[in-house]
Design a protein around this ligand. Sequence first.
Ligand code: NAD
Length: 292
Amino acid sequence: MKIGFIGLGIMGKPMAKNLIKTGHQLVVFDINEESVRELENEGALAVSSAKEVAEESSVIITMLPNSPHVKKAVCEENGVLEGAKSGSILIDMSSIAPTASQEIAHACLAKGVKMLDAPVSGGEPKAVDGTLSIMVGGQKEDFEANKELLLCMGASAVYCGAVGAGNTTKLANQIIVALNIAAVAEAFTLASKSGVDPQLVFEAICGGLAGSTVMNAKIQMMIKKNYKPGFKVDLHVKDLLNAMDTADKTKIPLPLTEQVMKMLQDLQENGFGSDDHSALARYYEKISGTSI
Ligand code: NAD
């Protein structure tokens, strides 16, 4: 059985390669031909549309930037649903709005196609290692039937609930990460302005309640002012906009998320959209005149 894979970017390319390494036959498509050729050289069958991917496979994975890209690749002309056979399954691993996942699942259902939303956390290094954390929404039996396949790309795959629940979980993840980075940047700016060595602050507090995976991963980047991504400011703004949109539909306020999103948007406006999200420290540098 061939596995279809659409979207061979920073994340999709290593994920697809891991599927090949674990013995799967892949049929691939991306609008970027260079990426398609790279996978073809690894043994994948290259085709020239999402529709053809769906014609050639019964499990179709998408790893695309945001909701409009997934809707285009799945629901529009030459998309997955024009080629998919009834009984096929779409596994969308992109981070998109939960409501968009539900809309796409609805369109799939009308064609007899099942769908899981299965976004990931872990970034490029874990995509390469095949140790992503995968959070999944959809029918439980579809999750169980495809769990082994997901674990060719991840260290864990957790069933979170009905379709959209995977992306709701991912939004929670992205809120916690963004707010944690902002808290680290804010606290270390205060310590630096007060004349305390940030490295010593880190060593003193990392083992206590303030310690976090985010602080461990990001503080050295802030101290060294090395904002090479990692995870780009642009992508985090996309995720927080999806969180705000979801909050709006759910009718709850997200005051902290809104505040940090504005800081990230300020970075975008100042030309730092392609920096790592730890560049939130730049925002504090701007408003305080002090660098960590
Ligand atoms: P990317 O921009 O590197 O890759 C996206 C790929 O999709 C590109 O190769 C692009 O050419 C292709 N594409 C766009 N529209 C297409 C279409 N209509 N048909 C076929 N191909 C199309 O993005 P990425 O970093 O790989 O991220 C993908 C998703 O994973 C995003 O939702 C992102 O938020 C999420 N994510 C990224 C990271 C990370 O660290 N980069 C971590 C976790 C989750």
